[in-house]
Design a protein around this ligand. Structure first.
Ligand SMILES: Nc1ncnc2c1ncn2[C@@H]1O[C@H](COP(=O)(O)OP(=O)(O)OP(=O)(O)O)[C@@H](O)[C@H]1O
Ligand SMILES: [Mg+2]
Length: 398
């Protein structure tokens, strides 16, 4: 039998064990907590460092020397001077917001187009930088390639692949200062241009992360090579978009009259859907052969979108907006489909506009049909087949 003393002793030992174990637990907890804090600090520190690396990388992209290592050629002013015959007038192929555009031949014999910045000041410099930074990172057969640039204290020049057939708008309606012999585009070529330009925007919106918003998509920024294949050009106004679903970036309203989406013009909220609107305007130009804004037209017809939108979804009326230069040489079934895509793209409500991927999906079958029946690159209308509206059976596919 144990004495009271024995029980007391045991109880004391049990208490001691409990106290020791509890202290050990507290110490272990403290160790775990400090380890957790240590790890958290380390991760936060690493993230911070990573951010500043990213930031430095971004600002280093602004440093054109770094970009040069990314496959762009750096030209001296002298090289470009001799490539263009001393920037002779006879080599001027256009003039835009950036300045004159010259035809030239560089050392390796390649034909190039050279843009010579004539607008001094911050906006011009900014556009030059964005164009070089972005185009050094983007690669798509549907975007015009930048070959190199010249940037010294007095001159800023951009050197591109030469596109023998110039801007799309030159082939749709008369353009002052155009040096290209305009060739009226047949329906099949228009369809293919619509598809290739859509693929250019699809690449910017879907394949690049975060997405790139072109912000100045228009027919003069769709350039055509000698076989009338299209490439999207001019990224000087481009913006990195929001990578959140439905997100926007807020920015100053820039772009070209007649192409700017209404919500962007009103609020400055820019999304990829702003480009989709501009794309819709280009589709309307391809259908009608009309300028986006022409106040010399009769009342109600001056703004292309307002005039055409109510007619686009009426298959009896859509024929009345078609470009007379097409001389009726098109498939009504295809016209109805393209008109429906255009109508969706220029919806005033951005959410109702399709994604560029949807537009591409809808145009692919139309271009495929032609590929199987005619030769690519032809500008004649001999392959176009005309169906009467009554023969149409397929409705809009977007
Ligand atoms: N790479 C190129 N190859 C052939 N012609 C070109 C090339 N780039 C531009 N051009 C010609 O120069 C013209 C002017 O182009 P530019 O981009 O400077 O002005 P824009 O597109 O009319 O207006 P913005 O300055 O608002 O873009 C084009 O319409 C086209 O005819
Ligand atoms: Mg342009």
């Amino acid at each position: 039998m144990e004495t009271d003393d024995g029980y007391k002793r045991k109880a004391e030992i049990a208490l001691l064990v409990i106290v020791v174990l509890a202290s050990l637990a507290v110490v272990a907890l403290l160790v775990a907590l400090s380890y957790y804090c240590y790890i958290r600090n380390k991760v936060a520190h690493r993230r911070k460092n990573q951010k500043s690396v990213d930031h430095n990388e971004k600002s280093e992209f602004a440093n054109l020397q770094i970009v040069a290592e990314k496959g762009l050629q750096v030209f001296t002013f002298k090289q470009l001077h001799s490539a263009t015959g001393g920037f002779s007038k006879s080599n001027v192929i256009g003039h835009g917001g950036f300045g004159y555009v010259y035809r030239g031949v560089i050392n390796d014999g390649r034909k190039v187009a050279i843009k010579f910045m004539d607008q001094a000041g911050k906006q011009g410099e900014e556009e030059f930088k964005v164009e070089v930074e972005l185009l050094s990172q983007l690669r798509s057969p549907y975007l015009l390639a930048l070959l190199g640039y010249c940037s010294d204290s007095n001159h800023k020049l951009l050197v591109y692949d030469f596109m023998a057939n110039g801007g799309l708008q030159e082939h749709l309606y008369p353009v002052s200062n155009s040096n290209v012999m305009p060739m009226k585009l047949d329906w099949e070529t228009r369809l293919r241009i619509a598809l290739e330009a859509a693929k250019g925007l699809e690449y910017l919106h879907e394949d690049v992360s975060p997405p790139v918003i072109h912000r100045d998509f228009k027919s003069s920024n769709i350039l055509l090579d000698k076989k009338f294949h299209a490439k999207v050009s001019d990224f000087g106004l481009a913006k990195i978009g929001s990578d959140k679903a439905g997100g926007h970036v807020s920015t100053r309203v820039l772009g070209t009259q007649g192409y700017v989406a209404p919500e962007y013009a009103l609020t400055g909220h820019l999304t990829t859907k702003s480009d989709v609107y501009s794309y819709g305007v280009v589709l309307l130009e391809l259908l009608t052969g009309r300028v986006p804004v022409d106040m010399k037209r009769p009342p109600g017809e001056g703004v292309l979108v307002s005039w055409a939108l109510p007619l686009l979804t009426d298959r009896e009326k859509v024929v009345t907006i078609m470009d007379p230069a097409l001389e009726g040489q098109y498939s009504m079934k295809e016209v109805v489909q393209v008109a429906a895509i255009a109508a969706m793209c220029v919806q005033p409500e951005a959410d109702y506009r399709p994604l560029m991927a949807d537009v591409v999906q809808s145009l692919v079958p139309l271009v495929k049909t032609h590929r199987s029946t005619s030769k690519v690159g032809s500008c004649s209308s001999q392959h176009a087949n005309r169906l009467s509206p009554a023969q149409d059976s397929v409705g809009p596919s977007v």
